[in-house]
Design a protein around this ligand. Structure first.
Ligand code: EPU
Length: 438
């Protein structure tokens, strides 16, 4: 059995006050770990969140032969001794982001094999765009016993023109990195524009890569040689999804909460949404202060969109927001087809939610929520449940806390520091603090 959280709800009162610091972005640090494969020398990663997905990725790289040293707040990654490009199924299945290692391994060793990542709770998560891109770069694909083996026909990949039918975040990052080691030019069209992509490109360019246009829909890469970091560290940017989740939390439960060490320019869509809903925000360079209005919160439709639109990863927390706002609003999830399953649990907590189809729900508010026992289905919905449990009347139990730990470092400690009442009960039934004391 996994750890669980016991959460005392505030019964609709605002009780949070203080400063909460945003961690480094999981979805940036994961890609930087994979980028280590492109380097001749070790790279240093800083501001890395200590979360399960990072630990698994470190374990995966280590199993391939990389030397990884823990440093305060990060890692030194040396991939010089990687001796195999066979990604083990056991770890890869648990962490879909491992797909970003496939391209760099293929480009460096001329071959890679990896398991089909399979579907997950938020949707089918296909890999067709990866396979198509590898073929265009001169690779051939064999699929046997649930594993892909991909080999470069001439022993090396060549630059290519790749059009993504969907804007894919990990796809764009994978091919940007792959192209750094491929011969000649690669042009990525309809590329994703998430800020983590531009941040990664800037790091690679500082280490000798030639990437232009990252952060736009057309990225051009001139490839051909391994990179050298020469001691320049990769500094993980603040997690924009954690920032957005804390904004929602503070908008619903805060008296005055300061979200610290964030990058407000990465959450413009969320800021615009919350301001339109009546949340007073004061934005500085690296902090956002969430105040309280004497007017009730207003409902507004939410439609997820690729960056800089409203992030799919904040769709579930925003549905919780709507349960407390006045009016009726539609939540339209446009990126993934299975990302509204959490709504049923919110209904059981007392929310008024009408499912319309696989992609849309109607949320009517405000409704008081009741504490319940819920299971966290995925990382983002898990945090949404934590927020809902804090709003609710009475106590809630949140199971599958592992799903929240995958993406948020010591979440209960950080929330308790601003006034939450969350207790982690360890798998064998012992309250977390007692374990530390023992
Ligand atoms: N798609 C395809 N074919 C492919 C790949 C993707 O059709 O080969 C489709 C997907 O089915 C989806 C769309 O393209 O409809 C966009 O998916 P994308 O590839 O961008 O998702 P991802 O790269 O697998 C990353 C984040 C997710 C985040 C999405 C969307 C990482 C490790 N994961 O996933 O984050 O939801 O982008 O922004 O960067 C999370 O952190 O909890 C998480 C799920």
């Amino acid at each position: 059995m996994d750890d669980y959280f016991r959460v005392k709800g505030f019964g609709g009162q605002r009780k949070l006050r203080g400063r909460i610091t945003v961690s480094g972005a999981k979805n940036s640090a994961l890609k930087a770990l994979a980028a280590g494969i492109l380097f001749e020398d070790p790279i240093v990663l800083q501001n890395v969140p200590q979360i399960a997905d990072i630990e698994r990725t470190v374990a995966l790289l280590t199993s391939l032969g990389a030397d990884i040293m823990s440093l305060p707040g990060g890692y030194a990654v040396d991939t010089a001794k990687i001796g195999t490009s066979e990604i083990p199924s056991e770890i890869a299945r648990k962490i879909r982001a491992s797909i970003v290692m496939t391209g760099p391994l293929l480009a460096r060793f001329g071959e890679v094999s990896f398991p089909h990542p399979g579907g997950c709770v938020i949707g089918s998560r296909p890999v067709d765009l990866f396979l198509d891109g590898f073929e265009r770069m001169g690779a051939e694909i064999h699929y046997r016993d649930d594993r892909y083996t991909i080999s470069a026909r001439k022993g090396k990949l060549c630059g290519a023109r790749i059009f993504f039918k969907n804007q894919t975040v990990t796809g764009t990052e994978t091919f940007m990195m792959t192209a750094v080691l491929a011969e000649g030019f690669t042009i990525l069209r309809n590329a994703a524009c998430e800020p983590e992509i531009e941040h990664l490109a800037n790091f690679l360019n500082a280490s000798g890569a030639d990437i232009k246009g990252a952060g736009t829909h057309t990225i051009t890469i001139r490839g051909g040689r391994r990179l050298r970091a020469n001691g320049i560290p990769f500094v993980t940017p603040p997690d924009r999804i954690e920032t957005g989740s804390f904004l929602v939390l503070a908008a619903l439960l805060g008296r005055e909460v300061v979200i610290d060490q964030c990058d407000p320019s990465h959450v413009e869509s969320v800021i615009a949404y919350l301001e339109a809903a009546g949340v007073p925000l004061s934005v500085l360079d690296a902090t956002i202060t969430v105040g309280v209005s004497d007017k009730p919160l207003r409902s507004l439709d939410v439609k997820t969109h690729e960056y800089p639109g409203f992030p799919t990863d904040l769709q579930a927390p925003m549905a919780v927001f709507l349960t407390q706002a006045v009016g009726e609003a539609m939540v339209f999830e446009t990126i993934f087809e299975g990302r509204l399953a959490y709504a049923e649990e919110l209904r059981r907590m007392g929310a008024s939610i009408i499912p319309l189809d696989q992609h849309r729900i109607l949320v009517k508010g405000p409704t008081p929520l009741r504490g319940r026992e819920v299971e966290s289905p995925d990382l983002r919905a898990g945090l949404a449940f934590l927020i809902a449990a804090m709003i609710a009347e009475g106590e809630s139990v949140i199971r599958n806390v592992y799903n929240i730990d995958r993406g948020h470092e010591r979440i209960e400690e950080r929330l308790n520091a601003v006034g939450a009442d969350i207790v982690r009960v360890k798998a064998h039934g012992v309250v977390a603090e007692e374990v530390v004391a023992a």
